[in-house]
Design a protein around this ligand. Structure first.
Ligand code: ADP
Length: 162
């Protein structure tokens, strides 16, 4: 049974994230998509909202489970019994941080955890949640960046804050 965890903020989930989820779900027997509950950052969507959105979007994949976690990722790996971490790489700029994190996590977990990187599909290489939020905040078109329900919810957030 090959089990992996795909952690992230997913604030909000983009087409790039969805592409990584689909591809990882094809590689692993079970994929746990884990939304980070980061007490330090103020997100646009609450953890519950992000979990619900991801559950709706991944409902068609029988081997994908959505959950949240806080604290150290290696502890979440232990809790969910997932020895592999999946991360997406967009550009060289992602690489340095991701390499350092993967080495730190491996050390923290006594070499029992590995990180696997999936290269972004070139269609989504430029995409990030922060860009999506910035464009949406100015009323720009985000329909090519996020699934339709996410676009609607994102505009609703910005409209409700004025
Ligand atoms: P984090 O704050 O943990 O980086 P994100 O939600 O921004 O959370 O990203 C989660 C993971 O998805 C990271 O590994 C990130 O590199 C990857 N990712 C983000 N956007 C894309 C994209 N457009 N294509 C592929 N991977 C992506």
């Amino acid at each position: 049974m090959r089990k992996a965890i795909y952690p992230g903020s997913f604030d909000p989930v983009t087409m790039g994230h969805m592409d990584i989820i689909k591809r990882a779900a094809n590689i692993f027997d079970e994929l746990i998509v884990a939304v980070l509950d980061n007490k330090v950052k103020t997100p646009l969507f609450s953890v519950e909202e992000r979990v619900n959105i991801l559950e709706d979007l991944t409902g068609e994949f029988s081997n994908v489970r959505v959950t949240s976690y806080s604290g150290l990722l290696v502890n979440a790996c232990k809790e969910f019994e997932a020895p592999v971490i999946v991360r997406g790489l967009r550009a060289v700029t992602d690489f340095e941080y991701e390499l350092q994190m993967s080495q730190t996590n491996r050390k923290l977990a006594d070499s029992k955890i590995d990180t696997i990187f999936l290269n972004t599909d070139l269609r989504y290489a430029y995409l990030s949640s922060s860009t999506v939020k910035e464009v949406a905040s100015f009323g720009g078109d985000i329909s090519a960046f996020v699934p339709k329900p996410v676009a609607d919810l994102t505009y609703a957030k910005f409209n409700s804050v004025g």
